[in-house]
Design a protein around this ligand. Sequence first.
Ligand code: MG
Length: 337
Amino acid sequence: MRLAFEKMDLNLQHTFRISRGAEDVARNVRVVLEDGEVKGIGECAPSEFYGQNQETVAEALEAMAPLISDKDPFEIEEIISSLVKQFPHNLAAVSGVDIALHDLVAKKLGVPLYRLFGLSKETTPLTSFTIGIDTVEKMMEKVKEARLYPVLKLKVGFENDLKAVAAIRRQTDATIRVDANCAWSVEEAISKIHALSEYGIEFVEQPIEPGDPDALRKVRENVPLPIISDESSVVPEDVPKLFGCVDGINIKLSKCGGLRQALKMIHTAKSGGLKVMLGCMIESSISVTAAAHLSPLADWADLDGNLLIKDDPFRGVTVKEGKLILPDAPGLGITPR
Ligand code: MG
C-alpha cells in the first residue's frame, strides 16, 4: 500500500467562534492509500486543543508510510491498533489513515461502507446544525439561514449566552442543544444550566474542563438537563471513567483515531448505559461522510462540519430535512465536486 497526503485548507462560510477561540480556515490534510488499482481516501482534521496541527499530522503521516507499506489492507484492526499505540498524540493522523483504509477495503468488496459495518441506511439520525458564538443579532440571523435544519446546536459559554438562547427560543421551534466547550466552573455550570432549562433545551455538552469525571457527576446530579461529554471523551479508555458521570458522550473520528476507535467507544458507552453522539470538527465531506456511515449506531449526530465550509472539494453524505442520507456507491461513496 502506498500512502500519499496533501494539505487541504477549508474556508469557513462564517468565522466559527466557540468559547475558547475562533477560526476562519480549517487546515486539514487529505490522505490517499493506493493498493493496486484501488484508492482509498481519508482526511485528518487536527486540533490545536489536542496538540495537533497540519505540520504535526504531515510528520506523523510521513512516518506511517513505511510502517504500512507491506500490510494487507484487510487487516484494519491490526494496522490501526498498532498506529494508535505508536502515535498516541497524533490520533488525527491515525484517523485519516483509518478512513482511507475503510474506503479502500469497502471499494475492494464493492459495498458501501455502512454495509461493511452491518448497518441500515434507513436508521441514520438527524444531524444538528451548529450556530457559533456571535452577537445575539448575528446568531439570530444564522438561525434564520439554518431554517431547513430541525435541530440546532448553539455554542454557549460567553457573556450574553442566556440572552442569545432566549432570543433564539422565541424565534424558532427547532430542537436546541447547547455546547459550552469547557467554559464554566462547576458552580457556574449548575446555575447556567438551571437558567437554560427554561428554554426547552435537549442537552448540554461539556459544561466544564475535562479531567475530572466527579466534577461532571456533580454538575449532572444538580441540574435538570442531560449532560454530554466531548472534550472529556477522547479515546476508548476515557469512556468507563464517565459511567454515571454524564448521560452520553460525543465521539469524533479525528479525536479518537478513526472509525475503529469510534466503534470501540460506541460499544463501551452503550454497555455502561451512556448514549452516543457522533460529532465532527470543521471537515470536508470525506470525514463527515465516514462518520455518517457509522451514524445508525448513534442516538444523536452533529455531522455538519462540511456544511459550515464554502469550498468543500467533495460530495458525499447529504442532509434532507435534517436526516443524514448515505451514498450507495462502494466505499465512502464520495466524489470530487
Ligand atoms: Mg463539543
